[in-house]
Design a protein around this ligand. Structure first.
Ligand code: ADP
Length: 188
């Protein structure tokens, strides 16, 4: 399984990526998690990403692309991967194609978890109280959703055009969404 996960912030990509990765025996690679670990560890990468993240903006492509290229060159990716949070704009999608081409891999699916704006805003605000993520405040959530609409949403058509799009409704409880995802993926 070599797949990417699309969907707005709060759609449940991280939760479902972990579950799908376990089920299919591949690593879940979350660019957001990698950035957050680097911010916590106060690395150079973390310092270059932090301001963008706390504003809800995309980290510049050259930083993100280099980080993903490095991750995809590691040994565990040979069995497959599930990318969560990358690509996030058309330029990154083109870059991913080049990386995969260089590694001799092709993408099997682009999985989009759909959820409406009201639902995801509510979920993120609820999560803010539990996890305290710095970018889960109302103005930053609004920016992240805008960035998603402008930069990331066009990828749906991009991957649909290549016959790779699998759309799954992200509403409902976590287990039902996982079941829907597995059913949709196994049907391919
Ligand atoms: P969410 O999907 O809930 O917004 P993520 O954990 O995927 O959260 O991402 C958090 C932040 O990390 C983003 O708002 C952005 O600043 C940065 N980030 C993650 N992935 C990318 C990416 N592919 N390109 C640029 N920035 C990214």
């Amino acid at each position: 399984m070599r797949a990417i996960l699309l969907g707005p912030p709060g759609a449940g990509k991280g939760t479902q990526a972990t579950r799908l990765a376990q089920r299919y025996g591949v690593p879940a690679i979350s660019t957001g998690d990698i950035f957050r670990a680097n911010v916590s560890g106060d690395t150079e990468l973390g310092r270059s990403a932090q301001a963008y993240m706390s504003a809800g903006a995309l980290v510049p492509d050259e930083v993100t692309n280099a980080m993903v290229a490095d991750r995809l060159s590691q040994d565990d990716v040979v069995s497959g991967f599930l990318l969560d949070g990358y690509p996030r704009n058309p330029e990154q999608a083109v870059e991913l194609d080049m990386m995969l081409g260089g590694l001799g891999f092709t993408l099997d699916a682009a999985i989009e978890i759909t959820a409406d704006v009201d639902e995801v805003t509510e979920r993120l605000l609820r999560r803010a109280q539990i996890e305290g993520r710095a970018d889960d405040t109302e103005p930053v959530i609004r920016t992240r959703l805008e960035v998603y609409g402008v930069a990331t949403a066009p990828l749906t058509a991009f991957y649909a055009g290549r016959g790779l799009l699998v759309q799954v409704d992200g509403l409902g409880d976590i287990d039902s969404v996982t079941e829907r995802l597995v059913a949709a993926l196994d049907a391919r």
